[in-house]
Design a protein around this ligand. Structure first.
Ligand SMILES: [Mg+2]
Length: 123
C-alpha cells in the first residue's frame, strides 16, 4: 500500500465506518495520545522503565499504526498530500544535512561497532 492509497483507504473508512472525521483539534489531541502510547512502550522496552502486568499485551507496531492513522486523518482533513510532503521533506533534509550527521562525533561515540570506537580513541 502506498502512502496515497493509505490516505484514500482511511478517507473511505472514515466516511463509511467512522461516519465523519473528528474535528482537527480532537484529532490533534488523539495524535498526542497515540504518540504517548508509543512512548510508553519504547520507554519500557528500550528505556529503563519496567512493564506492568497490564502493559504486557501491548503491541508497538499496532500503536505506531494508530499514530499513522490519526496523522493521515489530519492530513486528509487539512488537504495535505503526504507523499508529496515526504518527498519534499526528504529533499530538504538531504540538502540541509548532507554533512551534518557525518560530522557529528556523538554519533560515532555511541556506535555499536567496537572498531569504530577504538579508532576514535586512537586519533
Ligand atoms: Mg493506540
Amino acid at each position: 500500500m502506498t502512502i496515497k492509497e493509505a490516505q484514500q483507504t482511511i478517507d473511505e473508512w472514515i466516511n463509511s465506518t467512522g461516519v465523519r472525521y473528528f474535528n482537527e483539534l480532537t484529532n490533534m489531541a488523539m495524535l498526542t495520545e497515540e504518540v504517548g502510547e508509543v512512548a510508553r512502550i519504547i520507554s519500557r522496552k528500550y528505556g529503563e522503565q519496567s512493564f506492568k502486568e497490564s502493559d504486557k499485551k501491548v503491541d508497538l507496531a499496532d500503536e505506531m499504526a494508530d499514530v499513522l492513522f490519526v496523522l493521515m486523518c489530519l492530513a486528509n482533513q487539512t488537504g495535505v498530500d503526504l507523499t508529496e510532503a515526504l518527498k519534499k521533506n526528504l529533499d530538504k533534509k538531504t540538502k540541509r544535512d548532507s554533512q551534518r550527521h557525518k560530522g557529528n562525533e556523538k554519533l560515532v561515540e555511541r556506535s555499536p561497532e567496537p572498531e569504530v570506537r577504538n579508532q576514535k580513541k586512537k586519533s
